[in-house]
Design a protein around this ligand. Structure first.
Ligand code: ZN
Length: 196
């Protein structure tokens, strides 16, 4: 009699809903210095880095095969906080195979998924526990934690060979950004965005 989960090809894994931790996977950490040029308030970046290289997010990737028939899967945990008035967020990326979609399912916290395509159309999806955001192909995407206290935890799935293109976003940024205004999140134009 075989036990569940002992077969060679399937994978059974546990995602901790409160922390996003996936047992047995290394934590991949991203700190402010990794994306210091992407925040609007560069004075705030310098000030924060002088004190500490604050952790903005962690992620776990199951490391499944990168073939068109497999699915890349893992979790992302964006911590609460702001750089100036701008909320902590992930670096954001297009997929290298541009026309490939992704699903983010929110396990915990409160955030936005900011999306934009090369034609300049943009959209925002709300991430709340139980919400899933389907990011269509061709859209760059970034998750943003708008909660003052709780981490934003999402579970993602996309085509295994899609790859990440971070360079385009690093060069030009997103057209929109999410800042706190009067104690509430506001989606505003990003003054640092530039057409390349
Ligand atoms: Zn993606």
């Amino acid at each position: 009699m075989e036990q569940p989960g002992t077969t060679a090809n399937s994978r059974t894994f546990t995602v901790d809903q409160a922390t996003g931790f996936i047992k047995g996977q290394p934590t991949l950490q991203r700190t402010l210095s990794y994306m210091k040029n992407m925040f609007f308030d560069q004075d705030a970046v310098v000030e924060m880095l002088a004190k500490e290289d604050t952790k903005l997010y962690d992620f776990y990737d199951l490391g499944l095969p990168a073939t068109p028939g497999d699915l890349a899967t893992g979790t992302s945990i964006v911590y609460p906080g702001k750089v100036g008035d701008e909320y902590f967020m992930t670096k954001g990326h297009f997929h290298e195979i541009l026309d490939t979609a992704e699903v983010y399912y929110c396990l915990s916290g409160h955030g936005y998924m900011l999306m934009e395509n090369p034609e300049g159309e943009w959209e925002v999806g709300e991430l709340l526990p139980g919400n899933a955001v389907y990011v269509p192909g061709r859209y760059a995407h970034r998750s943003i934690n708008i909660s003052p206290a709780r981490p934003l935890i999402t579970f993602f799935v996309f085509r295994g060979d899609a790859g990440h293109d971070y360079g385009s976003i690093e060069k030009q940024g997103f057209r929109k950004m999410v800042v706190e205004q009067d104690g509430k999140p506001a989606i505003v134009d990003n003054p640092r965005w530039r057409r390349t």
